[in-house]
Ligand binder design. Structure first.
Ligand SMILES: Nc1ncnc2c1ncn2[C@@H]1O[C@H](COP(=O)(O)OP(=O)(O)O)[C@@H](O)[C@H]1O
Ligand SMILES: [Mg+2]
Length: 179
């Protein structure tokens, strides 16, 4: 599977949306010196039961054979572990979910970054009802953008759907994440 990091983010964050979350935070941490790159998605959605959790990372679990469940989580786990990293999944029914994938920065199999600014734009615009927070750390230097700071009054939320707002978000992230 040749998936880039932004595609994984999109998939995992869409899971949070489907889980009915009102708050979703996405964090990318690039630490070249420490030879580590991580992506974390955290939500306050409905969560998963311990029994479900034990199967959701398994690409061969029986729920998958029925074709009802996709492969977003198993692919991300596999990719992290292939890249000398680790995959952490914590979830609690009624409380939320924390998914973290860590990659060795110098692994030749590490997914390329992909188009993170366009992915964040798509998530913010596609689900303006959600309180999004995006944090990108590059070698200790942090940049963040949240829908809370973009929307002054709650009634303005729908303006997140406007093309010019979306493009501004994308370009803003692009500028700030230039290294
Ligand atoms: N953040 C989450 N909160 C609650 N349930 C989740 C979350 N992420 C995934 N799940 C559950 O795990 C299942 C598998 O997710 P995934 O591997 O991404 O495949 P897909 O999204 O295609 O079903 C989802 O269908 C959902 O039931
Ligand atoms: Mg999914």
């Amino acid at each position: 599977m040749l998936e880039d990091l932004s595609m994984h983010v999109l998939d995992i964050a869409e899971n949070s949306v489907a889980a009915g979350a009102s708050d979703v935070s996405i964090e990318i941490d690039e630490d070249k010196e420490g030879n580590r790159l991580s992506m974390t998605v955290e939500d306050n959605g409905r969560g998963m039961s311990p029994e479900f959790l034990s199967r959701v990372t398994d690409p061969f679990a029986t729920t998958r054979a029925t074709g009802k469940v996709g492969m977003g989580i198993p692919f991300l786990k596999q990719s992290a572990e292939l890249c000398g990293g680790e995959f952490i999944l914590r979830s609690k029914i009624g409380a939320g979910t924390h998914i973290e994938a860590v990659f060795a920065y110098d692994s030749i199999d590490r997914p390329p970054p992909g188009d993170m600014p366009a992915t964040i734009m798509a998530l913010f615009m596609g689900h303006p009802e959600i309180n999004w927070k995006y944090v990108h750390r590059i070698n200790g230097e942090e940049f963040s953008l949240s829908t809370e700071e973009l929307v002054e009054v709650p009634e303005d939320r729908e303006s997140l759907r406007a093309a010019e707002v979306g493009l501004w978000i994308r370009d803003h992230i692009k500028k700030r994440s230039r290294r």
